[in-house]
Design a protein around this ligand. Structure first.
Ligand SMILES: [Zn+2]
Length: 270
């Protein structure tokens, strides 16, 4: 095992709002009955407010960039769960290429991975330790801006911060409708998102630019569940990016450098 030498250069702090264009459903792992008695509840913080977990957001951005960079192919995919624990196995990209923009921004996990080697899904063990380095992208949980839930919106809501929709699934044999409740955060709600991109060596602004691309792709995709039913369309607004160099952290410079301040992603020029 060898370690790559890396030099820390600074951090980009990327703050923005995620505004919902359509209702958002990010479920809880258990999918159990909520305290409010709704089937299929959305994930909420300790204060009962819906939020977007950083891990969900990061996973979505990663998958969009895996497709964008054409990284979804045999020998480039791993099972995200070890073979023994595998039931609903999720396949994701991970590789050992030193210049991979996806792995370098979103990270590689330590240890052995089951890399898929053919169309049948057979795998072989590979260890990427040689190229593992600290993950550049940190994604914080995006918290609900309560002010974004207006009185007008509340009139059409079923619970304090959410609405409950009935979605019909039609049984193809009996034609019986099987209505199912889904809790969702209504269109118009806003979340405050915060991300950090660490800069090493000669990175410059390469990876913060990659993040902007990922966010643009997200606007034309969806967040959370039931995207094919129109859920989870978002707009990225009020983006503020600043750079804190090593002098900032040493306390020798109190100024962070404002790199971008724009109301939409299209207006960002890095
Ligand atoms: Zn990769």
């Amino acid at each position: 095992m060898s370690f790559k030498e890396v030099t820390f250069k600074g951090k980009y702090i990327v703050n923005f709002d995620i505004e919902l264009k359509t209702g958002l459903h990010i479920g809880t792992a258990g999918n159990t009955l909520d305290i409010g008695g709704v089937d299929n509840p959305v994930i909420k913080d300790a204060f009962g407010r819906p939020y977007i977990p950083g891990s969900s957001l990061k996973g979505k951005l990663r998958s969009l960039m895996e497709f964008y960079h054409d990284k979804i192919n045999v020998n480039n995919l791993v099972y995200s769960v070890k073979k023994e624990q595998r039931r609903d196995s999720i396949v994701m990209h991970m590789c050992g290429e030193e210049d991979c923009p996806v792995c370098n921004l979103f990270g590689r996990n330590h240890g052995e991975h089951d890399v898929i080697v053919n169309d049948e899904g057979n795998s072989r063990k590979v260890d990427f330790s040689e190229v593992v380095m600290p993950t550049r992208l940190i994604v914080r949980d995006a918290l609900l801006d309560e002010k974004s839930i207006t009185d007008e919106m509340k009139e059409n809501m079923d619970l304090e911060f959410t609405e409950v929709k009935f979605e019909n699934n039609l049984d193809r044999i009996t034609s019986a409708a099987n209505p199912r409740q889904t809790e969702r955060v209504p269109a118009g709600a806003r979340f405050n998102a915060s991300m950090v991109v660490t800069v090493y060596d000669e990175d410059g602004n390469k990876y913060v630019k990659e993040l902007i691309t990922a966010l643009k792709l997200l606007q034309d995709d969806y967040l959370g569940g039931q995207g094919s039913r129109g859920y989870g369309q978002v707009a990225i607004k009020n983006i503020k990016i600043s750079f804190r160099d090593i002098e900032y952290y040493k306390g020798q410079s109190k100024e962070e450098k404002l790199v971008a301040n724009a109301d939409s992603l299209d207006k960002i020029n890095l």
